[in-house]
Design a protein around this ligand. Structure first.
Ligand code: G4P
Length: 535
């Protein structure tokens, strides 16, 4: 197959959701459609259950298992689909944000009982920023949930994206009768646990057959709903979906494998193939002959018997081949991989070659940082792999002065891996670690001890946000830094960061220094991307 054919065959996406909405269940059903797994339950091990902070090792064990299913590939209707798994646990949200930089589209799962939840909003912010095409699956229609119109309104208001329902539910909970496919004029009748979809064509909804099938009352409601939807919404058009402006919406029940096929078929038809991507120097088309790719995630195994690190590389252009020397742009050196792995639903296989849209796992002994770019010789750096402002801040306190070098090395390496963000204060070389969750501090403490022999404690700091700051006005920037010197730090790449104590203090700082821009993502140099992220 030619490179273009390989690219046109591929679609790479992530399923994102607030925990417990049904992400794992839906992923499993998608894999069943593709024949990648044979039995339900196969993906369950992938899931990090709600855990208390004290059992992070248990979580890590599960994460270890989940590496195998970090990327699940399957074929459906001649399309090769790569699903990138995202950790559900909110303390690992940063992992999810980074994974979103490696996909071309997402499927967002919403629980119809709960509606749009907190984590969904944050995940969607990242999608909006990147203009990622989104398909919404409203799940658990077999339970008594919220009114579908309310849910659509909430999606539009809270997620700031226009929606376009492509299926419509009939009843809900105990009275759930099925979904009507608005594009195909088909009725899919629901019966719990059904193996095969029971699909009926209804070109004309006025037919008495409909009343017979679902009862007069439901038939009338459906007729009214369909008329209303067709009046309110414009016909579905792929262009605004592809530019991230409109999200098609499907209703169903993942656990019953109901309404999933309608979504998958639409996904196959409209979801984007690997697209061109921006580097700091230029745009790279996937069809370029020369291979390029970037590392978006690094997974370190905490099990002392298997202390390997796997760097996840997203292929962006050309063909990646095993045992070939590639150019590591940041280190300015050639590197070669003997055992690149693919992740085909729980089995790790050594791969010989990979194409744009694919993700390969590279065994790594510390060569990689998040965001590193590999090429065939050109010095490129892919854009848009930002750090987001952490939520929790702690100062690292060295408890063993004899091991300060080990501590320094450990803290630096862990921040390269993306376990947490590291900020340095010039005064006294203070190190401040920022995370999105408490669990990460425990992971860091454990790893510093077991991998680097360093003992660290953490002193809580009450910062509200880390804001990357930038100004064309040198004088004003200097003045700001003088005034706020206790709160000015450098991130790991040397960028200036203001640690704001509270929303109020941030507001005052912005009012007093209109010449300075404050960003809550480190990707501020990419204007198009960071636009929404100015605070
Ligand atoms: P997550 O990955 O988003 O965290 O969610 P997951 O798929 O694990 O689903 C969370 C719970 O919701 C599971 O129940 C799952 O069975 C249930 N669920 C998923 N889809 C549907 C649906 O369409 N209808 C209903 N009623 N429930 C659904 P659990 O009790 O936590 O786990 P399990 O014991 O059932 O596996």
């Amino acid at each position: 197959m030619s490179l273009i054919e390989e690219i046109q065959k591929r679609k790479t996406f992530a399923v994102i959701a607030h925990p417990d909405s049904g992400k794992t269940t839906l992923t499993e059903k998608l894999l069943l459609f593709g024949g990648a797994i044979q039995t339900a339950g196969a993906v369950k091990s992938n899931k990090i259950k709600k855990a208390t902070t004290s059992d992070f090792m248990e979580i890590e064990k599960q994460r270890g298992i989940s590496v195998a299913t970090s990327v699940m590939a399957f074929e459906y209707r001649d399309t090769l689909i790569n699903i990138l798994d995202t950790p559900g646990h909110k303390d690992f949200a940063e992992d999810t944000y980074r994974t979103l930089t490696a996909v071309d589209s997402v499927i967002l799962v919403i629980d119809c009982v709960k509606g749009v939840e907190e984590q969904t909003e944050r995940l969607m912010e990242v999608c909006r920023m990147r203009k990622t095409p989104v398909i919404v699956f409203i799940n658990k229609l077999d339970r008594d949930g919220r009114d579908p119109y309310d849910l659509l309104d909430e999606l539009e208001n809270k997620l700031e994206i226009k929606v376009r329902p492509l299926t419509w539910p009939i009843g809900m909970g105990k009275t759930f009768k099925g979904v009507y496919n608005l594009a195909q004029d088909e009725l899919n009748l629901f019966s719990a646990g059904q193996k095969q979809d029971d699909i009926l064509q209804f070109k004309d909804l006025d037919t008495p057959d409909l009343d017979e099938k679902i009862g007069g009352e439901y038939a009338n409601t459906l007729r009214e709903d369909v008329e209303l939807i067709q009046g309110v919404y414009e016909d579905f058009d792929a262009a605004p979906y592809l530019s991230g402006e409109i999200a098609p919406v499907f209703f169903g029940s993942a656990v019953n494998n109901f309404g999933v096929k309608e979504m998958l078929d639409t996904f196959i038809e409209f979801a984007p193939n690997p697209k061109k991507r921006e580097t700091q120097a230029r745009e790279v088309e996937p069809t370029e002959k020369k291979f390029t790719g970037f590392v978006f995630k690094i997974h370190a195994n905490l099990d002392p018997n298997h202390r390997d690190r796997i760097a996840f590389l997203r292929i962006c252009s050309g063909k990646f081949e095993r045992n070939t020397f590639y150019y590591h742009s940041r280190l300015d050196k050639k590197v070669r991989f003997n055992n690149p792995t693919s992740f085909m639903a729980q089995k790790k296989n050594i791969i010989e070659e990979a194409y744009p849209g694919d993700v390969v796992g590279l065994y790594d002994s510390g060569t990689f940082k998040i965001g590193d770019t590999l090429t065939e010789g050109e010095k490129l750096f892919y854009k848009g792999i930002p750090s987001f402002s952490p939520e929790l801040f702690r100062e690292v306190i060295n408890k063993d002065p004899m091991k300060s070098k080990q501590l320094e090395k450990g803290v630096n390496q862990l921040s390269d891996e993306g376990v947490a963000q590291l900020f340095k204060h010039k005064l006294g070389n203070r190190k401040i670690i920022g995370t999105v969750g408490q669990l990460q501090f425990e992971v860091i403490q454990y790893r510093l001890k077991h991998e680097y022999g360093a003992t660290a404690d953490f002193k809580p700091l009450n910062y509200f946000k880390a804001c990357w700051i930038l100004s064309e006005n040198e004088e004003k920037l200097k003045e700001f830094m003088r005034r706020k010197h206790a709160n000015i730090v450098n991130d790991k790449d040397g960028n200036l960061v203001f640690l704001a104590d509270s929303p109020w203090i941030l507001k005052v700082a912005k009012d007093d220094f209109p010449e300075i821009k404050f960003y809550t993502t480190s990707d501020f140099k990419v204007d198009a991307l960071s636009h929404d992220y100015q605070v």
